[in-house]
Design a protein around this ligand. Structure first.
Ligand SMILES: Nc1ncnc2c1ncn2[C@@H]1O[C@H](COP(=O)(O)OP(=O)(O)OP(=O)(O)O)[C@@H](O)[C@H]1O
Ligand SMILES: [Mg+2]
Length: 255
């Protein structure tokens, strides 16, 4: 059974229907890429999977680890092992990186019935994750994402991924706005946490990250649905031909 299964998902924001019957399954240990034109609903899907309160699911289900989490709140989903790296990470003035990471880690431990993380163990894991993601140690005492450059915010998201070790991670354009070295750092970070226990859904516009973190499945989203699926070869086809050939086909068929 798939770790994450989305069945016929319809989602509205206000009076606009954004997801219009979307199906997607991500198995344990699989790497999936989700591509599609601007505004096709990729971030909305990611937010809906995480349980964003501004989105209303009008039909369909989100099943995670065999449980229907469609109505679960975001916190509960996170504790179950769902993780999302945001397209636009927000800053949290007044909360230092260290404080934030410790709070989140301990919440996860508590959900598993474990004691809070001992200070020394915490320090060592954060140091390892910082090294992995090339985040300077001095960032520990800065407020989360406050004044961070675009690339620093994205690396901070991967640092959290490395620390939290979720069962399923969604990366929403974590590769956007990265220089070549930072892209490698992010890709190495992702590859180091990838493995048989992690399902990955990588939302991206570019083939470059998908050459470093190789997906087994590629999905194309258009107007709130998955309209094409394939293997890694689809990434190169899209790079070469754009989305026009797919959308032309779809618009020929009445919905
Ligand atoms: N809260 C909202 N209220 C109204 N419309 C919304 C809301 N959230 C998203 N939308 C609309 O839904 C559509 C899909 O947005 P979404 O951010 O999911 O696209 P995307 O595929 O992630 O695009 P991009 O590649 O540019 O990141 C857009 O037209 C957007 O304006
Ligand atoms: Mg988006």
């Amino acid at each position: 059974m798939s770790e994450l299964e989305i069945r016929n998902l319809h989602v509205r924001a206000g009076d606009k229907e954004i997801l219009r019957g979307l199906d997607l399954a991500v198995g344990k240990g699989e790497i999936h890429a989700l591509m599609g034109p601007n505004g096709s609903g990729k971030s909305t899907l990611a937010n809906a999977i995480m349980g964003h309160p501004n989105l209303e699911v009008t039909e369909g289900q989100v099943i995670f680890k065999g449980q229907d989490v469609t109505a679960a709140d975001p916190d509960e989903r996170a504790r179950m092992g769902l993780f999302m790296a945001f397209q636009y990470p927000i800053s949290v003035p007044g909360v230092t990186v260290t404080k934030y990471l410790r709070t989140v880690l301990n919440a996860h431990r508590e959900a598993r019935g474990e004691e809070p993380i001992p200070l020394k163990e915490f320090r060592l894991s954060v140091e390892a994750a910082m090294k992995l993601t090339d985040v300077p140690k001095a960032f520990s005492s800065r407020y989360l994402n406050e004044g961070f450059s675009g690339g620093e915010k994205k690396r901070m998201e991967i640092l959290q991924l490395a620390l939290q070790r979720p069962a399923l991670a969604i990366l929403d354009e974590t590769d956007s706005g990265l220089d070549i070295d930072a892209l490698r750092v992010v890709a190495n970070g992702v590859n180091s946490v990838a493995g048989p226990d992690l399902g990955l859904l990588i939302i991206t516009h570019y083939q470059r990250i998908l050459h470093l973190v190789q997906p087994s499945h590629v999905h194309v989203m258009y107007q709130g649905r998955i309209v094409m699926q394939g293997g890694p070869e689809l990434v190169d086809q899209l790079e070469a031909k754009g989305y026009g050939w797919i959308t032309d086909e779809i618009e020929k068929v009445p919905a």
